[in-house]
Design a protein around this ligand. Sequence first.
Ligand SMILES: Nc1nc2c(ncn2[C@@H]2O[C@H](COP(=O)(O)OP(=O)(O)OP(=O)(O)O)[C@@H](O)[C@H]2O)c(=O)[nH]1
Length: 311
Amino acid sequence: MENSFKHHADKLAEFADASRDGYAIFSADDILLCANKAFLEVFYHPEAELIGKRFADIMRTAFRTRKGPRIDADNIDSWLSRVQQLRRSRDFRLFEVDLVDGRWFLFSEQTLPDGEMLLQTKDITKQKIVEQHLNEHSRKLADLALTDELTQIANRRSFVASVQAEITRCSRLHCGMAFFLLDIDHFKSINDTYGHQAGDEVLRQIARLVKSTLREYDIFGRIGGEEFGIFLSETTRATALEVAERLRQQVAEETLYIEGNTLGITISVGIALARDKTSFEQLYADADAALYQAKHSGRNRVVVAEYCVIL
Ligand SMILES: Nc1nc2c(ncn2[C@@H]2O[C@H](COP(=O)(O)OP(=O)(O)OP(=O)(O)O)[C@@H](O)[C@H]2O)c(=O)[nH]1
């Protein structure tokens, strides 16, 4: 019977040694007592250099030789003191470790009541690559869902969401907000004269031009068709007018080169202003009314919504 146990224990040791997963046992005072080949391979050091060493010394060697686990720290001692707080903080811990050579391992630490610890490592490089591809893919999908395909600026959905978040913040702080509706003049005749593709190119170039004149934290998006929205926070009436007028002027002065034609484009801008609680719908309606006035009083102009005169 005893022989049979011994036989099975030997078999287990044999399998553990041949396993692709790493196994190691650390003593209660963190000395590496034994480890199989797969574990030693993670650290790139021969058995003789690791067995009998303290965990801290093994990690110091990894840091110094830049082999084994990637240690993103300037100072190994402060890194070690952080890690030591985590080690044995629970009976069982699972965490991912990336190696300097680009491989990824899932580590598990199982601590016995007397402080001895069994460390297991599993190569998860393939899963990590798939995970990274999936993350990248879903980031791209999220970007696509938020971006207007033609102009590569925010689409209506993401523009409205950003503006609503900013309205909430500004209303709380009672800071001035300005909302512009910007519309290309006689855009239909551009399509009719030069074709729809030329019209698309005008939209792209105008979006680029407007974007380059705005500040990084101004919110800019394509609301639909040839209509764009801009939201400025922490803004006075005078600043809003100045920005809109500068935009109008820059567009009017720019010559666009579209499919062999030189085009002069103008825009009309309707502005709504607010200081206290408001909504996207309210700002949009007010700016739209102002834009209507701008169109009907000759185009290529900026009009502030009537009720905003006092703001
Ligand atoms: N090329 C192109 N045209 C578009 C797009 N979206 C909307 N349009 C066109 O934009 C034109 C808008 O025309 P209108 O609303 O009559 O306005 P307008 O000709 O710009 O005249 P005003 O706004 O009154 O100055 C329509 O002919 C739409 O077909 C687009 O993505 N690409």
